[in-house]
Structure formats: C-alpha cells, structure tokens
Write a protein that binds this ligand. Sequence first.
Ligand code: ANZ
Ligand code: ZN
Length: 814
Amino acid sequence: GENLTLTELDRKWQAKWAETRPGRSATGDACAGQATSEPALTKETKYVLCMFPYPSGDLHLGHVRVYAIGDALSRAARMQGRDVLFPIGWDAFGLPAENAARDRGVHPGDWTNMNISQMKGQLKDLGIAFDWDYELATCKPDYYRWTQWLFLRLHRAGLAYQADATVNWDPVDETVLANEQVDGQGRSWRSGAVVEKRDLRQWFLNICAYQDDLVDGLDTLTEGWPELVRKAQRQWIGRSEGAHITFEMFRPDDSAATTDVTVFTTRPDTLSGASFVALSPQHPLSRQSAAQDVNLAIALESIAGAEGAEGVLLPIKARHPVTNEPLPVFAAAYVLSSYGEGAVMGVPAEDERDARFAEEHDLRVPEVDSTAIDADTLAKVCKPTKTYRLHDWLVSRQRGWGAPIPIVHCDSCGPVEVPESQLPVVRPFDQQEAKAWAEDVTCPSCGGTHARRDLDTLDTFVDSSWYFFRFCDAKNDQMAFDPAKVDHFMGERGVGLYIGGVEHAILHLLYSRFITRFLHSEGLVRCVEPFDTLLTQGMVLGKTFKETKSGRYLKPNEVDSVQEEDRIQVWEKMSKSKYNGVSPVDLLSTVGADVTRLGILFATAPEAELAWDDAALAGHTRWLKRVHTSIEALAKGDPDHRGSAAADAELKTFLHKTIMSVTDQVNTKFHLNVAIADLMKLSNALADFDTASHRLKVEVMNTLVRMLAPFAPHAAEEFWEMLTNGQQSSVHDQTWPKADAAIANAVTALNVVVQIRGKKKAVLTIPCEPEMPSQEALLEAAREAVRETLGEDVVRKEIVVFPRKDRCIINLVI
Ligand code: ANZ
Ligand code: ZN
C-alpha cells in the first residue's frame, strides 16, 4: 500500500477482483454456467435490484447514485452471510436507438451494443459488484422471445385484445408519433408535416381486470413503500365510489323519440339540486346532435380541447328522474369523455365546476333539499357503482425497434397466435424489408398462405414489466424462468429491495404489479406484489449559474466575467443546456471511484434531492488518507502496549454503538449518509482515545475497515491488505461485525450534576472503569468541584440520587 493514488487503487483491485470474484454468493447457479450446485438452504436470500438503465451511452450521476446505493446495500448483505442477487441488465428497446439509426445510418442494435459495452465499462470502473452472469438486454432475441411468450399467455387468458384507437399520424414519414413528438402547431418534430389523427387497430392489455387488486394491494405495502408512491398509484387508478343515475332524454319537438343517458356521480344525495345535464363533446348524443346541425358541429369543434366553462346547448332535454322536470342538456368542455360515463348531472349549489358552468350559461341554482326525495325513491333511482380513471394498457407501437407482437392476421381466422415453438418472432428493422417479411405467411390455424404478420412492436414498458423474474434465471433457454429459481430469490414477498428514480413511481411500477399478479394467477410465481421494499432515490442537481437580468445560463468559463451581483447561483437538474453537468467519467479519472461514491452517498439521505458539489470531495480524499495514515501508525506501534482501562472501555462502547447504528442503517433505515458519518466519527475516536490499548485500536480499525467496504470498496480492500499483511482473503469475503448490545449500552462514565440547595453548580464526568466509583469518592469529587462556591458555608446534608444508570445528582444542603 505504498503511495498509491486512489485511481491506481481502483485499477489494482478491479484487476484482482476480476480473477478472484470476492463476495460472490448468489446461488441461481445455472446462470454461472455450472451445473446447479446445492442451493445454500441455510442462507437467507436477499434480492437487491436497481432499476435497469436505458443504454444511452454514458453514465450520469443519477446512475452513479442508484448503483452506489444498491452496491453498498448488497455488499453489506453479502458480508452478513446472505445469499445475495444483485443483477444488472439493459432496458434496450426504444426510440433513441431508432433516431440514432436514422441520423447516423447505423443499425439500432449496433448502436445499442456499443452503448452497452461503454456503460458496462464505466460501471466496472466504478467498482459496482453486479452479478454480471445474470446480465440481460431486452432487445436480445433470447430475452424478447419470452416477452412474446408473456404476451401469448395474456392473450390466451383473454387479457390481450384488439380495439381501435386514435393516434397521431405523420403523413410524410408514414409513421405514428408520440404526443411529445407533435409541436404546439400540430406539426411533426421530424418532417414538419401537419399531423393527422388516425384510427388504428391496436392491441390492449386488460389491466383494468386487476384494478381493485391493484388498489387494495397497496395496503400490503405500507411498511416498505413510500407513502407518496402509494398515493400516486392510488390516484392513477382513481377508484371512485358513487352511483349511476339514468336520465331520460327527449327532443321537445318530438317527445316520442327518447333515449337514456347514464351519469356517474359521487353525490347521489344531491339529486334534488340537479338543474342541468352536461355531456362530453365526444359523447354519442353530442355527436348525433352535431351530425344533424352544421352550426352545432362547428360550435362543438370550437369547444373541444377547452378547459373552462365553455359549453353548447343541445336541442334535447333531460327528464329529472324524480320530479320529471325537463332540464337543459349541454355538451360541455369540462366533462371528460374517458371518465365515468362521459356525462354528469349538474348540481351548481354543491359542485364548483357545475357552479361556474351555471353562472356562465345563466342556469338556475336550486338548493339541495335533503327532504325533497325520500330515501326509498333515491334508492330506486341510484345504482351504486365504482368508477376508475385507469384505462386498459395500449401496447401496440408502430416502431421497428421493439419486441414484435407474435400474432399473424388471417382473413379466415382473424388474429392467430404464433406457436410458442416458433418464438422468437424476429422482425427486420428496415421498414421496407419488414413489410415484405410480414406478407404471405402461413396461418398457424388454417394453413392458408396469405396471412400477414402484425407489424407492430410492444411498448417497452412490457419488456420491463417482468425483467425482475428473468434475472432469477437469466440464461434459461427452455422457459422464461424456472419457477423454483424465482421462488428462491423472490418467495412470497418479491424483490427484497428495489431502488430507482421516483419518476417511475407510476407506470413502470403499476405495469410490473399487474404482470406479477397475472403470473401469480397463472401459478408461476408465489408473490402477488413484485417489490417488497421500494427505495426511491432523489434527483442529482448541478450547481448552475444564471445571469440575473436575462436569466441566461452561464458557461463555467463565463461565470467569473459576470459581476457577482449580476449573477445568481441555483441548483437545477443537470443538463447540457444549463452547463451544470458533472461527468462521472471525469470524476473517476480525477478523484477515483471511492471518493465519487462517498461524495454521492454522504451528501444526503437517498430519498432527498442531492445538490452535487465537487468541493465536498476533497474532504473524502483527506478522510481516506487519514485512515491510511493511522493504519500505518498502528503497524509501527507496540502490539503489547496496554492502555488506560477507562479509555479502553469508552472506545469499546463507542465501537459497538457504531456497529449497531451502521448495521441498522444498511439493513432497514438506508440512510447511508448517517452510516458514513458514523464511520468517520469512529475513525476520529481512534485518535481521541489515543491512550487505549494497541490491541483494541487494531480491533477497532479492523472493524471500521470491514464496515467501510460497502461504501469505498477499493480503499477498504487496500486497508484490509495492510491490516492483515495480505494473510487473509478479500475484505469483501469477511463477515460483517456483530454489535454486542451489553457493551454498546455499558456505562463507561457517570455524568454527575452537583447542586447546592437544588441549584446546579457543576457537572462532572467520572469514569466507571476499571471499577464503579464509591459513593464516598463521588462526594469527595463533588465537594472539590464546588469548594470555591461553598466558601465558608457548612454542608449539613448530602443527598445522592441516580435518575439513570449513567447519571448522578448530588445535592448539598447548607
Ligand atoms: C353530482 C355532484 C354533486 C358531483 C356534487 C360532485 C359533487 P371523482 O370524485 O373524481 O370520481 N363527473 C362524473 N363524470 C365526470 C366526467 N366524465 N367528467 C367530469 N366530471 C365528471 O368525481 C366524481 C364527480 O365528478 C361526479 O359526482 C360528477 O359530479 C363529476 F356536489 O355528480 B358529481
Ligand atoms: Zn387462418
């Protein structure tokens, strides 16, 4: 360990680890290419999973944060003797690869593979101890073959179906666009063409079949999931309890022609105050009215997309179901077509939006009279029901870089499943080639030769909705996963710890929960919820400079040229356009992996937003150097040196308190910043208790280094080698220290408060080691401490009380 820089340590130990693979323990061993060995039945498993990255090309600090957290927690679990699975893979399908393909003329697969190998190198440079044997990429046929299998299982269970859906169609590029790809003027971001709406036949997954389970299941996650995420899930599903009420509609000029319209209400008790009915502009009755009247059609067109009290009076009336009174009917902008029945009863006396609408359109505002309608009548009119905001999951994408939908369309048989034996269905990326490939295939059902393949691919959220199962058995080429292997790592409670960005709090988690419930109902997995504990890490913000007047972002080299009073410094999400980005690759080559990791982990708790400041790094470098120096000093010390018993006792207690706290943080609280602070304090304590015995100091250092290993794995390995003279295997193969509660809670010193007639005059600390001081010794010390205050006064009585084991109050009565 002579004079190596931290970056040299990274290289030294990474090269060693590549050979020795310390700390490896996961036993889904088929993945390691060995015959399944005896699973470690006695070992408790722990599955630590970080959300897998999109292979964009370079790591950013957000990646560093999530993987540094996962690495620390999984390393600590390994040292605690757990059978740990800590895998990594690539969420590798998606649009950026297609864009790169178009812009640079490369195949998206080549572009993706290049990025994967680059990011993989960076993750290794960072020293993250992933189980690389379990690596997967969703764009590889050996993975998406099973995504297709999953789709077929859903289809067979009646949970995948086709329906028409409106999409943005670019007539020049002949492609479908996502909403974000259409600008404010309704033009394609790429071709500039005016985007058209088209109805296409698309595949949906019937997630709504699980809507109640997905809401109710949240109650089983109160311990492990952040309240905010559960709330977001609940809101997204949007279960609302209320009633359906049916209104009879008629045309005043033709009272014989009636139809029924049902509204959804959460307040059936306000029916007596209903003074109008409002329909969404897309409601069949609104459309029907528009079809008969051009002016109405134009008026309807103009309110579509509005958000206020805009509305159009329709030439129909609604009959109040209790009073039979005729009520006006509107098509109103505020009524959503996709919620409830797309129709509301307007109760302006009770509902704010109805009130605004009534005011705008000069409508009556009748009071709600709870006695006007008796309970019996009301019950008869209202049908209790639940409504949900959740919609079925549209999974068809008109894209080339995704998992092809394994369906063949036959004129005689309709949509037919591609037999499992023919998976994977591999689609040529080139659109022209794909079109030819899709034509004239044999129908698996009737054998006809003019069937067509489905040209669409699956939403990439389908790929990521089941990858955590595949990780348990990533190389299986006979099935998506062996249920026994999934059971081994996930059991009844799912992934032990899932770490990722809060931006995935809704869709990814919801889809994964849905698919898990589906696979459970198919008898393939034992868990009903995929993620037992969820840790959502906060964003990493960069130091950002702006010119006050213009709000213009300043480049680093511009900052000094702008007067201090003319610029402000803020923390914002890192981005190229704000010149506030910090590249992990640069950090690795300057301060090294350990200091980068400490910088991220120590800055704040994992859930909090992190204001990244390079200035904090120097402190971490100094700390590691200090530990290094004290190990060198220990090596030179006299091994038989016996120190003061009092110092030994205090240092020992400090050590065990630290073990307790750090263990608690890595196992349950996850405030790794606190754990690191504890370790820093422990290394300071070594200096503070310099008079302690040499052997104890070595023991403290040995324990400190083992607890440092998850956070600064390279430095800890170097320190371990120094401490053990290279006589022991890797620090990452060592066991986690055990706290002795008796020592941690031992009383090593008494806190003595000396009072004169009940008033505090002095506070003393009196060591309890090597033995408890006698009462007489305590009194002696107390008298001595207040001798000057006492002066001539004579002490008449001495009262000694121990309110706590380590606290003593001595009251002197004069
Ligand atoms: C009468 C009423 C009186 C209502 C009252 C509320 C308060 P949540 O809780 O979000 O489910 N509503 C029903 N369908 C709608 C649609 N498609 N677009 C816009 N609003 C719609 O809201 C349910 C309430 O929202 C329903 O209850 C209905 O207004 C309105 F004092 O009916 B209520
Ligand atoms: Zn057929």
